[in-house]
Write a protein that binds this ligand. Structure first.
Ligand SMILES: Cc1ncc(COP(=O)(O)O)c(C=O)c1O
Length: 438
């Protein structure tokens, strides 16, 4: 059950911690996405579907650390697995059995995965996959979907926050971080989600300069709009024709299916990136793929074409927690998330209608996003907030926090197996009240 205190309260422990943090952390935070105005809420502890903050306020956590906690907080079996590993030594400059077991699980579940190389984050996984595709093809450029988030690798973050004043007619490659080299923009081709004709034209024009086509079948940033079957077929066809490798980013999308999002969408990638849920709540990443594609990581024929390393890579705590998490993620658990997601989308749609406010809910599986407009959404541009929608979205986010519900700042939710329909129904009631009050 949620319990809420007045917030933002300048006399709270969160306010005091933020004052201390501002003296030692840039902007007072370690991660931009944790920022909530006027100051972040500091977590105290997580219990299943809920977070209790440092002031004792309990909220339903629908964000689950941006989709990384598939079983909610501190699930007993996962905690036990991590503790067991930590007691026996948290990291070694030696391999351990855990990395073999977790890689075996991924190879068994996902058809295109025959080899796995672990790393420590989704950012690293995407970087390694793109470098591997370059090494395999001898080409430099990559293509990505406008607005899609794939972590902080320079190339992957191009056109992450393009806006009407710089995005051009067909997508331009727009700098995200200041002073990103022009060469990065030149080597990153941007195409629109689900626009088959435009995307096909752009990809074919880039042709044999492209090492990789990087995709997410339901990009989170603009509301997890699933790729259409026609778009999937186009990607597959064009990649084959031009000789580019398909990299599917399943850092979030792996929560869409026991055999991977790729099975659900009928995709046959060369490389897949994983992170988030496969680490059981600990830092993780992995690039995986066919034996042929992944051979670039191997030293067996001399120096690898794409060397990779990392001090904490495949550490036994992460491997152990990840394996426990994935073993709990059975086909039945996936089916439960699917049902909960459908229930949540219907309940949130009903809340918009009951409140008489224009809006819509997009998403797939156990994920959804609220939008404060009813224009058709197919891609980044059509989801882009117009007029006062961004400000109203921010106000709605704060109102939901005050009512005891945690969504991402973009009003997205990533459900966990620790949640139930009762919690979702309470959320929908709070959403309706918040919309009425806008
Ligand atoms: C689709 C996708 N790819 C990559 C990443 C980067 O993962 P990490 O935050 O572990 O670096 C994220 C993070 O949210 C993501 O959502």
């Amino acid at each position: 059950m949620t319990s809420t205190a007045p917030w933002p309260d300048p006399a709270s422990r969160s306010a005091a911690l933020y004052a201390r943090a501002k003296a030692v952390l840039p902007g007072g935070i370690s991660r931009l996405q944790t920022l909530v105005e006027p100051f972040p809420i500091y977590a105290g502890r997580g219990e299943g579907a809920e977070i209790v903050d440092v002031d004792g306020t309990r909220r339903l956590d629908m964000m689950n650390n941006f989709a990384s906690l598939i079983h909610g907080h501190a699930r007993a079996e996962v905690v036990e697995a991590a503790m067991r590993a930590a007691r026996e030594g948290s990291c070694f400059a030696m391999p351990t059995e855990g990395e073999v077991a977790l890689a075996e699980l991924l190879c068994e579940r996902v058809a295109s995965v025959e080899r796995v190389r672990f790393c420590n984050s989704g950012t690293e996984a995407v970087m390694l996959a793109l470098k591997a595709a370059r090494a395999r093809t001898g080409r430099a450029r990559i293509a990505k979907i406008e607005g899609a988030y794939h972590g902080m690798y320079d190339y992957a973050e191009v056109s992450l926050d393009s806006a009407p004043d710089n995005w051009g007619n067909a997508p331009n490659s727009v700098r995200f971080a200041a002073a990103t080299p022009q060469a990065v923009l030149d080597d990153t081709v941007v195409f629109p989600h689900n626009d088959v004709a435009t995307a096909e034209r752009i990809l074919r024009e880039a042709g044999d300069s492209l090492a990789a086509i990087l995709i997410d079948p339901a990009p989170g940033v603009f509301g997890m709009i699933p790729m259409t079957p026609e778009f999937v077929a186009m990607i597959q066809r064009v990649a084959r024709d031009i000789g580019a490798r398909i990299v599917i980013d399943e850092v979030i999308a792996f929560r869409l299916g026991y055999h991977g999002a790729q099975a659900r969408f009928g995709l046959e990638p060369d490389y897949t990136t994983f992170a988030k849920i496969i680490g059981g709540g600990f830092p993780v990443g992995a690039v995986a793929g066919t034996a042929e594609a992944m051979a670039v990581f191997s030293h067996e024929d001399g120096k690898p074409l794409n060397p990779s390393s990392g001090t904490f890579t495949a550490n036994p705590v992460t491997m152990s927690a990840g394996l426990a998490t994935m073993e709990l993620l059975t086909p039945e658990a996936y089916a439960g998330l699917e049902e909960l997601g459908a229930h949540a989308r219907a309940a949130a749609e009903a809340a918009f209608r009951a409140a008489g406010v224009a809006g819509q809910v997009t998403g797939i599986g156990g994920m959804f996003t609220l939008h404060l407009h009813d224009r058709a959404i197919t891609d980044y541009r059509s989801a882009y907030p117009a007029g006062d929608e961004a400000a109203r979205g921010k106000a709605l986010h704060l109102a939901l926090l005050r009512a005891g519900f945690i969504m991402s700042p973009r009003l997205s939710a990533f459900l966990s197996t620790a949640m139930d329909k009762g919690g979702i129904d309470r959320f929908a009631d709070a959403l309706e009240s918040a919309l009425r009050a806008q």
